[in-house]
Design a protein around this ligand. Structure first.
Ligand code: ATP
Ligand code: MG
Length: 477
């Protein structure tokens, strides 16, 4: 009783005003043992998914492939914070974009002792952050940098297949390089990744957005065209007509298809330099056997692009068919207060790529332990753990049987069932008789069907290295 009262007093003094997420009755349930409350299960936030085993192994598999490939192209890892000042994205992505207009998770941070507070946003994409980091740390002082990242991004969109509120991107950015060969390198890198992942059902769409002055001329003509067809424009298009008309070309509204298709094409406004850049890129893609199609309507959803833009698209994922998208953004660094430097990059959507791997039925290696330790008697545990430590140090993956209760390790039958379910190729049986001889029984669980059944062997506990190599394996699922 005294204890409960003391707790009550503490809770009241420590949190005189309970925050909204801590309802009074919940605090009461914590403190009043005599009046227990039914505890409701909590669910994850809508559009934000848990990534659980065995599926998480597919994520790790993909990430491993990406790391190895990025290494071969000499791209280095960069990790920036998930929270940034809201202004970074407003300036970087552009005010009149879907992301900034309606998709960002933004909030006021708590005030400091002077009453000042920051306005923060959970990153909806990572290029702006990379540019901020590169500028802040003057990374380009000794020349261009090739960087890659992986991680969660946040956009408040309507959740559906291939569209989530927390999703994951892998991105590659080459900063400080102006030539089309780097645009090509990035596209070839993505194509090599699809090959590594066993993906074949994709197509590459490219376009050139030219330079700002070329875009300005196109923009004027585009507005004239759109104004002539004002009756066909939807509300969003009308709103963007003078603020961001280029984005209207990107519309998914079928009612506007005809207007958009008859609109002036950016490519017709490009000067010789822009055209040379574009032609050089195409020549490299052709030489490398990368098929591409020119999509005049490809303008990308973010403001910062110029010259090359591209998307890898598939028809296998329904409406959310873009698996990777990118382009050149030669003016962004300067716009973010950095020393002017050209740059180009792409980002792929991990969820969509993994979904495509599933759709295409591409195979991947998934982990299973090499061995499963079956432990008839708890008294053997000290020796068991000692042996497993040595095996793991020798590179063997071993899962130890563990009981859900304190009543012993469970029957041999149930332990073997678990061993089988684990996918292990071997069972290690730490029986009393074997242990007395200083050994453990090693029993193959998955022999080749055609081959004669492999037999159980006895292996010495004091020389694990002698037989560890036999257990090491890779399992393909
Ligand atoms: P979309 O037109 O599909 O909305 P976007 O132009 O907004 O795409 P980008 O900002 O270019 O997308 O992001 C690069 C990639 O990240 C996309 O091609 C896609 O694969 C993935 N992506 C973007 N938004 C989401 C999301 N909400 N959920 C899952 N993946 C996403
Ligand atoms: Mg989008």
């Amino acid at each position: 009783m005294l204890k409960t009262t003391l707790k009550n007093v503490l809770v009241r003094t420590l949190s005189p005003k309970l925050p909204d997420y801590m309802p009074e009755k919940m605090t009461a349930a914590w403190t009043e043992k005599s009046a227990p409350m039914k505890i409701e299960k909590l669910a994850a936030v809508k559009g934000m998914n848990d990534i659980l085993p065995p599926d998480s192994a597919r994520w790790e598999w993909l990430e491993d492939k990406v790391r190895a490939l990025m290494g071969r192209y000499a791209y280095r890892n960069i990790r920036t914070p998930i929270l940034e000042h809201t202004q970074l994205f407003v300036r970087g992505i552009g005010e009149v974009t879907d992301i900034v207009e309606k998709e960002m998770y933004s909030f006021d941070d708590r005030s400091d002792k002077h009453g000042d507070h920051d306005h923060l946003t959970m990153r909806p994409e990572n290029t702006a952050s990379v540019v901020r980091a590169v500028t802040e740390h003057n990374l380009l002082y000794d020349g261009g940098k090739r960087l890659y990242y992986m991680g969660p991004m946040f956009r408040r969109e309507r959740p559906q297949r291939g569209r989530y509120r927390q999703f994951h991107q892998i991105g590659a950015e080459a900063l400080g390089f102006a030539g089309p060969e780097v645009d090509a390198e990035l596209i070839l890198l993505a194509a090599a990744l699809w090959k590594e992942l066993g993906l074949t059902d994709w197509r590459l769409e490219i376009n050139s957005l030219g330079q700002p002055e070329e875009r300005a001329q196109h923009r004027a003509q585009l507005i004239v065209h759109l104004e002539q067809h004002a009756d066909c424009l939807d509300e969003e298009a009308k709103r963007r007509l003078h603020s961001n008309p280029l984005r209207i070309l990107d519309t998914k509204n079928p009612a506007m298809k005809a207007v958009v298709e008859s609109a002036p094409r950016l490519i017709d406004f490009l000067g010789p330099e822009s055209l040379v850049h574009f032609e050089a890129l195409k020549a490299i893609l052709d030489a490398n056997g990368i098929p591409w199609t020119l999509n005049h309507r490809l303008v990308r959803g973010l403001d910062y692009y110029n010259l090359t833009v591209f998307e890898f698209v598939t028809d296998r994922l329904g409406a959310q068919g873009t698996i990777c998208a990118g382009g050149r953004y030669d003016y962004l660094i300067e716009q973010m207060g950095g020393k002017p430097a050209p740059a180009v990059g792409w980002a792929l959507g991990v969820e969509r790529v993994l979904e495509l791997i599933k759709e295409e039925g591409a195979s991947m290696e998934l982990p299973a332990p090499d061995a499963y330790a079956v432990i008839p008697e708890s008294s053997a545990l000290p020796v068991v753990l000692q042996t497993l430590q040595a095996l793991r140090a020798a590179g063997v993956s071993v899962q130890m049987h563990a009981s859900a209760t304190l009543e012993g390790m469970g029957s041999m039958k149930s332990q073997f069932k678990r061993a089988d379910g684990s996918g292990a190729r071997f069972a290690l049986i730490f029986g009393a008789a074997e242990l007395a001889q200083g050994s453990v029984a090693v029993k193959p669980l998955r022999g080749e069907k055609a081959a004669p059944a492999q037999v159980q062997t006895l292996e010495p506990l004091n020389d694990v290295a002698a037989w560890a190599h036999m257990l090491r394996s890779k399992t393909t699922v």
